[in-house]
Design a protein around this ligand. Structure first.
Ligand SMILES: C[S@@+](CC[C@H](N)C(=O)[O-])C[C@H]1O[C@@H](n2cnc3c(N)ncnc32)[C@H](O)[C@@H]1O
Length: 280
């Protein structure tokens, strides 16, 4: 299946990985998301430190999903399968399915992640908003730093609720703007649309926490965790900007610097959210 998704940063990353670029492999060969530092002052700016921080972020989201041995887990927007690889190493008797709209990423995931600990793993090319799975078939649905690319958060929540068993968990992380700042960020966003499109591709970053709360209620979920980890993710930015500069992605570096500014002044928060599926 040819990729329908428009994510120029992944096109560049896949090129770098094909060339065996050591920095790209170290930083984004497994997880493709921001890092989490328990103590951000201890971030040392090295690639191994960043790779460890990306692993910690993935674990935080999995913890918010209440994952234990023996569950059936769906990782939507699974990238190169990093979160599934992490769960595979730490838990047993899991049945895990990774979904990604980009078959090229799934090819890498399949070659990188082999089942361990009596786990079962499959990777399926599909849109997270049109999940090819039966109702009530999963215990946990994850979406690690990808929901802003999906065609609609509302459709995704409905799909996640449909495939989850009652009592199951949806756990995500997302860049969430403050509600009062939306008129300003939407206004500024108009001037940046073409730059964002050329770098990070299709991104919708106008979903506030209260909109998430309303959406959860409307789609059959109860909110369980709302954790603001913005300060724990901030050491990501200088490292990612440096990598982008080194491989000539000047425009992506500028957009990343803009996101860093919004994070530092508290306009955009990096949140981990989890929701429990309730009976209709
Ligand atoms: C920032 S990456 C995160 C990847 C992975 N979750 C991780 O943390 O390593 C965003 C991912 O969302 C995927 N994606 C974007 N739109 C999607 C969609 N509509 N359905 C499924 N996956 C999608 C991209 O292909 C990419 O793998």
């Amino acid at each position: 299946m040819e990729s329908k998704v428009h994510l120029p940063y992944f096109d560049r990353l896949l090129e770098l990985l094909k060339e065996q670029n050591p920095a790209a492999i170290a930083a984004f060969g497994r997880h493709v998301h921001w890092g989490y530092w328990e103590d951000p002052k201890r971030a040392d700016g090295t690639l191994p430190d960043f790779a460890n921080a990306t692993e910690q972020l993935s674990r935080k989201v999995c913890d918010a999903g209440n994952i234990t041995d023996g569950l059936k887990i769906l990782d939507c927007g699974c990238g190169f399968g990093g979160t599934i690889a992490s769960l595979n190493e730490r838990f047993s008797n899991l049945e895990m399915v990774g979904v990604n709209i980009d078959e090229r990423q799934l090819e890498r995931a399949r070659s990188q992640v082999q089942p361990l600990n009596h786990n079962a793993i499959s990777f399926v090319c599909a849109d997270a908003c049109q999940l090819p799975f039966e109702d009530n078939s999963f215990d946990v649905v994850l979406a690690v730093e990808c929901i802003f690319h999906f065609p609609s958060r509302e459709t995704f929540f409905k799909e996640a609720r449909r495939v989850l068993k009652p009592g199951g968990y949806l756990a995500i992380c997302d860049f969430v703007p403050l509600k009062f700042s939306l008129p300003i960020t939407n206004f500024l966003g108009q001037f940046l649309t073409s730059s964002i499109d050329k770098t990070y591709g299709t991104v919708q970053s106008d979903f506030s926490l209260s909109t998430y709360r309303n959406l959860a209620k409307k789609t059959g979920f109860v909110t369980r965790i709302e954790e603001d980890i913005t300060r724990n993710t901030l050491p990501t930015y200088p490292l990612v900007r440096k990598l982008l500069r080194e491989n000539g992605s000047v425009e992506t570096e500028k957009i990343t610097a803009g996101a860093e500014f919004l994070g530092k002044i508290g306009i955009t928060r990096y949140l981990i959210l989890s929701f429990e599926a309730i009976d209709p």
